[in-house]
Design a protein around this ligand. Structure first.
Ligand SMILES: Nc1nc2c(ncn2[C@@H]2O[C@H](COP(=O)(O)OP(=O)(O)OP(=O)(O)O)[C@@H](O)[C@H]2O)c(=O)[nH]1
Ligand SMILES: [Mg+2]
Length: 312
């Protein structure tokens, strides 16, 4: 798959140019009405035109270069996996109120071979509650959402030839797993999107700023790798073929909250077929520790994701 980094820079320059054009229009209007502010308007005009031309050249170059390099696009996959079993890796951090119900929900799904809860240094009864639900429990000492996800993936690889990653906070539903398994026949990785409003409960974490922040970052990532359609970069719930995960697992580095974006990016860099499908999203059970109800954490995570998409 082609990595269109020039387009990522280009479209952002075009957006900045749009702001300069707005400033220019306002300044010319003001100058026309008052007779003052002419130099500001001319400055905005020069900036807008300059930035617009640079952005347009970068985007055009990105579209033209492959015509000369002959870069190949991905071809359709159809590879049914009727005998495959699913290993579920479930993240948990002080999730004693939700973990048993979440683990039981996923363990009860068809084709699930086992659920492993990864307890990320919880100080409450998370491990005991998970064990009570009858699933495997391991402890991950490196703190952080990404560290917990990576361990969950590694644990789930041991039990299934399809690996499912999900949170243990009851935001996601086990019955969505069969929808993901339907699409994994055509993909290496199927990732959920939480931005389908029809599938969110009204009290879910996807408020307007989190929804649009995710859509924006997802579209930037989509610009970088044309052959994919993305509307969310922060959904933990996903399934991946074990063979595909083996290819990328050692390239994953992010231990913090922007891990889910990194995993999609690395999958695309490795030419994996990634398909995004809508999943249901409910209000979490227990207290949010991530970006769910903290605007500043969400903004910091968005900046980390932007840096990944721009510079990795
Ligand atoms: N924030 C955080 N989450 C962790 C950590 N380790 C594991 N996790 C798990 O990662 C998931 C993300 O945290 P959540 O508190 O659910 O945050 P969120 O998903 O952004 O938002 P809500 O679900 O609305 O609360 C949860 O399942 C946590 O249990 C950690 O060090 N920090
Ligand atoms: Mg959550």
């Amino acid at each position: 798959m082609r990595d269109n980094k020039l387009s990522v820079y280009g479209v952002q320059l075009l957006a900045v140019a749009g702001l300069f054009f707005l400033l220019q229009a306002g300044a010319f209007l003001y100058a026309g009405l008052t007779g003052a502010g002419g130099p500001v308007a001319r400055f905005a005009m020069i900036c807008a035109n300059g930035v617009f031309c640079l952005g347009a050249v970068l985007v055009a170059a990105d579209f033209l270069l492959p015509l000369f390099s002959g870069a190949a696009e991905k071809s359709l996959i159809f590879s049914p996996l009727p005998e495959s079993r699913v290993g579920v890796g479930m993240t948990a951090y002080n999730d004693e109120l939700s973990i048993a119900a979440a683990a039981e929900d996923f363990a009860a799904q068809e084709r699930v071979a086992g659920v492993t809860v990864v307890d990320n240094n919880s100080s409450d009864r998370t491990s005991e509650e998970a064990a009570r639900a009858g699933v495997a429990v391991v402890r991950e000492s490196v703190q952080g959402y990404g560290a917990c996800c990576m361990r969950a993936l590694r644990e789930a690889m041991k039990t299934g030839d399809i690996v499912c990653l999900v949170e243990g906070d009851c935001t996601f539903s086990g019955h969505d797993l069969k929808k993901m398994l339907a699409y994994i026949e055509n993909a290496d990785m199927v990732v959920g999107t939480r931005t389908t409003r029809e599938l969110n409960t009204p009290d879910s974490q996807l408020n307007t700023s989190i929804r649009w922040g995710n859509v924006l970052m997802a579209k930037l990532l989509q610009v970088r790798f044309h052959a994919v359609r993305l509307t969310d970069v922060g959904c933990t719930f996903r399934v991946i073929r074990r063979a595909a995960l083996e290819k990328i697992i050692d390239q994953l580095r992010v231990t913090g909250n922007h891990f889910s974006c990194e995993m999609i990016l690395v999958a695309l860099e490795n030419n994996l077929m990634v398909i995004e499908i809508p999943v249901t999203l409910k209000k979490r059970v227990g207290e949010s520790k991530g970006v769910g109800n903290n605007f500043f954490k969400a903004a910091a995570t968005a900046i980390d994701m932007w840096k990944l998409i721009m510079f990795r």
